[in-house]
Each structure stands twice: as structure tokens, then as C-alpha cells.
Design a protein around this ligand. Sequence first.
Ligand SMILES: [Zn+2]
Length: 398
Amino acid sequence: MKLIGPFSQILPLSDVPLRGAIQELQVIENGGVVIDKDRIITVGDFEQLRHGYADILHIDKPAVLLPGFIDCHTHICFDGSRSRDYAMRIAGHSYLDIARAGGGIWDSVTKTRSAGIDTLTANTVARADRHLQEGVTTIEVKSGYGLNFEDELKMLQAIRLAGLQTKATLIPTCLAAHMRPKDFEGPYLDWIINILLPEVHGLTKRVDIFIEETAFSASDALLFLQQAASLGFSITVHADQFTCGGAAVAIAAGAVSADHLEASDFATIAQLGAADIVSVVLPGASLGLGMHYAPARRLLDAGACLAIASDWNPGSAPMGDLLLQAAVMSAAEKLSAAEVFAGLTLRAAKALHLSDAGILSSGFIADMQAYPCSDYRDILYYQGKMKPVTVWKNGEII
Ligand SMILES: [Zn+2]
């Protein structure tokens, strides 16, 4: 067992509610944390703990300790850049113009299909390692740039292999229902249910679908989600990004989360606030597309369990800086520091069904990060520019 400290402040987030608005944040001044291998034994006052433990890792500079962040929505397994799309978008060209010029999701599908599994694995490891250095210790990763049997399997295998090579925890999700592939004949969602999903059981326990006018309809998606759930998959939805309707389907199907929500209307926000579902907002996509943020403030006030994720992907969210995106959104949406940190930790853990991550408390995984400051408020004040100086994954310093 090892005592680590003293930290100027520890934010254990252990008494934070899973839902709704939060103003108060528990802060342990001059704190210490005791770990045993990959688990937290206790968190408390350093001076009190100091007498009970001989093995002490002394922290000799001001530092604030937080749980490692959990990014519950990413697409970091891909090959190729979409900088051409981005240049067109910031110059004012429409989504349709970009698609006509050969851009959009299909461009990433083409590039990812032609990449070998070693390239995809290496790309995923590099992005996961960068996230880990920035304090993100658990990362969900979606497929969805394969969109045929061979390449969806290749992506899920690359994510599995990447998970063996990076120290970050990767949680794979099958997003074969990202869009209808241009080269597929017949009922595509039926094909996913009947042919693809039975083959991916060993590689993922999660299934996602994009509900949107350009992707899949609400009624088709509801049946698909019910079928995927009956096959034993945990289900999640890309919902209400441009038009409202997907989040209601996510709730009706019993999805663990509804993600995006930029276009959710008042009735949907109320439903999300009342239902047992995580509302995942993705400020990186709003920044990349130059559109408004999801109504995070109204979701919290309605009682929602609000998580914040990066949506790191080659098209709409290429930055992949979770803390920066959350910090910038918090100024626009008027979120408290407690709401931001909860959305990056325990509330994101719920979206991934993780019962031992996102909190610094006895029995939880020792995934932690220390920032070079003595007041936690500095972290959001610097809008994501301040990065952790030390990250622990499973109790080991990265
Ligand atoms: Zn996404």
C-alpha cells in the first residue's frame, strides 16, 4: 500500500449526485490518497494518513488531484484527414457541397477501408495515448467507417488490439449504423442485426445508431435498437444533432445514453431529465461545425444525468481535446465546475456502465490526474490549456 500526497486539494467527486444541477463540490484540502496496486484504499487528510503508512510518494509542488476523465463518445479509429472538408466548411460551403466534392463520412469510410489493420491500430493507440497524457484514462471508441462485414470487423479488431497496446482503457462500440453505405443493396439494418452483430459479440457489447435525416429514420432505428438489445447488446444513440426525434427513440428503446442533443426541443429535454438515460453532449462537434452547443444547462435543470464527451472524429471534431471543449462550453452554457467535472467522470462512467471508475473512493480504480495548481478553479479558468502533470492509470504513473 502506498500513500500519495500531500495534494493542495483533492476533488473526490464521491458525494456528487448522478443527476441534475450541482453547485457544491467537496474539496479535501491538504489531502492524501492511499492505493494498493490498481485500487484506491482511502482518501483523506494527508497529515492523518501519514502516520499509518510507511510507503509515501511525496508530492512536493502544489497539485490538485481529480479522477481520470472518461470520454464516453469517440471515433478515434480511422485513417486519413478531412482537412479539405474543414477548409470548405469554414469558407461557408454547405454539407451538400462538401459531400458532392467527395467529402463527408463516406470519405473517411473509403480511407479507413483501404487502411490495413496495423495502421488503424497504430492510429488508435497514438490518439488514445495522447488522450491519456491529458488525463483521459477511459475512452469509448466506435467503429462505423467500415460499413461492410470485413471492414467493420477490421475496425473492431483494431480497437481490441489498440486496447492491448495503450494503457488507457478502450471500450469498443459497433456503429455499423453510422450511415447507409452507398455500395450496399437491400435492407442494411436487417443485415447488421442478422449477419454482422452475431459475429461481433466477442469484440463489443455495445451498439450505436445515427438517427438523422441523412442517416436512419426514428421508426427504423427503434426496431433496430430493440433487436440489438434483445441480442444482448447495450444500446446508445446519436440523437437530435440536427433535427429532433432521436432522443425520444433512445428513451423508448431503453438506451444507456442519447448523445449530441443540439436540436432537442423543450419536451425532449424534459423527457431526458426524467428518464433513466445519460444525456451526452459533444461540444467538440459544435466547435468543429460552427453551430450552437447542446442545451446542457437546461438538461441539468431538468434533472438529466449529463456527461460531456469529445466526439473526436476526422470530420466534425478533429481537435480531440476533451478538457478544452468542456471548459469552453461551460462558459457559454453556464455550467458550474462541479457539473463539468461530474460530466467528465462519474456521469460519463454511467454512460459506459462502469461501476468502479470516475470517483476517488475506497474500492474504485486508481485512475487519477494531478494538475499543477493549488486551487481547482484554475483548471477551467485556463480553459483547458493547463494539462495534468501526472496521470495514474490502474495505480501506475504514466
Ligand atoms: Zn459521434
